[in-house]
Design a protein around this ligand. Sequence first.
Ligand SMILES: CC(C)(COP(=O)(O)OP(=O)(O)OC[C@H]1O[C@@H](n2cnc3c(N)ncnc32)[C@H](O)[C@@H]1OP(=O)(O)O)[C@@H](O)C(=O)NCCC(=O)NCCS
Length: 158
Amino acid sequence: MSGSVHIRRFLPGEETALFGVYFTAIHLVASRDYTAEQVEAWAPRDLDMAIWRKKIREIRPFVAVLNGELVGYSDVQPNGYIDHFFVSGDHPRRGIGSLLMTRIIEEANALCIPELTSDVSRTAQPFFAKFGFAIVEQRRPEVRGVVVPNALMSRQLE
Ligand SMILES: CC(C)(COP(=O)(O)OP(=O)(O)OC[C@H]1O[C@@H](n2cnc3c(N)ncnc32)[C@H](O)[C@@H]1OP(=O)(O)O)[C@@H](O)C(=O)NCCC(=O)NCCS
């Protein structure tokens, strides 16, 4: 990868750029494991941006920055739940997800959170497993009227 990736807190105003990360992660990468109908329901082109901005401000993610471009983001909530975890579909398998996960684990340890959990897509399950997460149960949530299967995964912290 040319240039180094830097992880920092999200700044207000970056919500639209993070939608680009979410959109390409799902349409270019997760699309290998889900049907076109599931992909469209999960990341519609015309998603309501007011709702999106509110969601991103609520979860207060960490972002990954490469040469000034936002290329990934992920959050960890006070109860240990990871709500979003996405790396741009234009920068896959370059260690960006690993840097974000390392930062999330550091943050959780600093906050004395005992366990991390997440509803993890089929695509991300091998990545989460690499970081010590195990499947708790298979789930079939409905997103905008379409079932998009995932799995609840968890990992204990020290
Ligand atoms: C899952 C995701 C976050 C991984 O990000 P990434 O930056 O590509 O991950 P890394 O480059 O740090 O990968 C580290 C290791 O995890 C594993 N891994 C990552 N993606 C994988 C995949 N699709 N299949 C199998 N193993 C994978 C590999 O062991 C990889 O090491 P390697 O590339 O040397 O083999 C990213 O692919 C993504 O955003 N996917 C689509 C959206 C999604 O499903 N998000 C999660 C919602 S819960």
